[in-house]
Design a binder for this molecule. Sequence first.
Ligand code: HAS
Length: 542
Amino acid sequence: IHAADAKLTMAHLFVAFGALFIGATAGLLQTLVRTGKFTLPAGIGYYQILTVHGVLLGLVLTTFFIIGFVLATQSKTAGAYSAGERKWAWTGFILMTVGVAITSTYILLNEASVLYTFYAPLMAHPGFYIGLALVVVGSWLEGFVVFRRHARWRRENPGERSPLLSYMGVVTMLLWLIATLGVAATVLLQFIPWSLGFTETIDVLVSRTLFWYFGHPLVYFWLLPAYMCWYAIVPKIIGGKIFSDSLARMSFILFLLFSFPVGFHHQLTEPGIDPFWKYLQVVLTFMVVIPSLMTAFALFATFEMRGRELGAKGLFGWLKKMPWKDVRFLAPFVGMLMFIPGGIGGIINASNQMNQVVHNTIWVTGHFHLAVATTVVLTFFGVTYWLVPSITGRKLTASMNKLGIVQTVFWAVGMLIMSGAMHWHGLLGGPRRSAFSEYAGNADTTSWGAYQMAQAIGGSILFVGMVLMLVIFVYLAFLAPKGEEEFPVATVSEAAVPTPKVLENWKLWIGVTCALILFAYTIPFIDIVQNAPPGSQGYKLW
Ligand code: HAS
């Protein structure tokens, strides 16, 4: 890709991997605290490091990595950015980085120990929210650059099918843009005035509803770049082709449509929301499972087609033909594999009755460590192995490839132990978001010890995995031998049907998305505001 675009992507990756270092160290400390055998030194608080962990890994690592990756794949497939576009992207990046610095400062000063969900009525220093708002505004600027570049490609190539990775980048950033409207609203209209003392109260339910309007699409904003790699890059690495361009685009559009009207599945136990609307959003949640099942189908088809080309026989013969020793394949593949239990856990969470059992237990923490911290993050690591050397003019050496395989094993084993223990511990009633406690000798807690220990063992293995990843990243960015590394982008199988033009009809898809949002949220939102308790912000509003 163009050297100036490569610089832009690398800047994002440096922030992302810096966040990985601090965030994962905080994660290790949390698992140690939860064993009850370790106390944090120097008056550091448990919720302080839990906030560091959630904000730096859930919001900073992901957002910076994703935008860097989207920019690189778009520059590769749609062509370099113009000088003006690049300037806007840098402005966005700087705003985001300044925002992260402000937010992190207040967390580290223990003035914002409110976790990454910053639920009201927990109140942070206004700097925490202002920093977050800057991150969001900066990311919007970068999103507009992605939209502009895609539109420019379409103008310059009328009637042609747009590059798949650029198209996917547009959907990913569109999803982010529409989702962040919710969090921007609660931060600007509720949290900032309240934390500055301009308003005395805050409407808790309005703030949580706006947060989860954002929070669920947020998890698909994390997932879609992993799917970009699975659909359009992994087939090239295994020497195959994309199973179907239209299926890939369709699944991205389905994510855009169905990511939004489902936020209530995070609020199933909350009073103040009519059960009918919870029911409706649960049904819609099952709709958003469909594009993941389509993805699983397309990937099996890709692997099988390639396997058969190489002479594989039988249902699973393809397994023997995959390039297991190539970390660029292995890491995302392990990610896919872990998404099978991760996705099943999600379906359990979304089922109203079962949600009553697992909600607010550490089972949920186990679920998202499989989904985001394994599926998504291992795929991002898999991308790093070729992306960094490819855009910095270096080579992924055989020894780094081997170290990458060791890294993948450490990450997968650590996560399986930690997350497996979290699932069981949760079913035994272990709460999430909580430091060690014996709950005044409550009998239930006696069975938790082994699971807490297993989480600390898993967490320690993961810590080694994190260190290995950082060593590899730094080596690939600065020390690897100069050379040319492939930027793998697959072509579409000749057997695939042509892509229908309607998939590029943005007005239509944005229109349907807005209609679904209005349908799922208008009446419950009016209800929430109308029923706000006397004295709250919402009450005055009505
Ligand atoms: Fe979730 C809570 C429901 C997916 C992340 N989720 C969370 C939280 C996070 C999170 C961070 O309904 C906690 C938020 C908080 O702090 O409170 N989740 C779902 C559902 C899905 C789902 C239905 N979640 C994700 C993804 C995440 C993520 C993806 C991050 C990236 N989740 C919930 C619910 C809650 C929740 C409730 C609230 C719980 C509560 O009470 O608080 C679905 O999208 C899952 C669909 C996925 C599948 C799997 C498809 C499999 C594929 C792999 C193919 C493999 C191959 C290899 C080809 C059905 C695509 C095969 C090879 C072989 C050899 C076999």
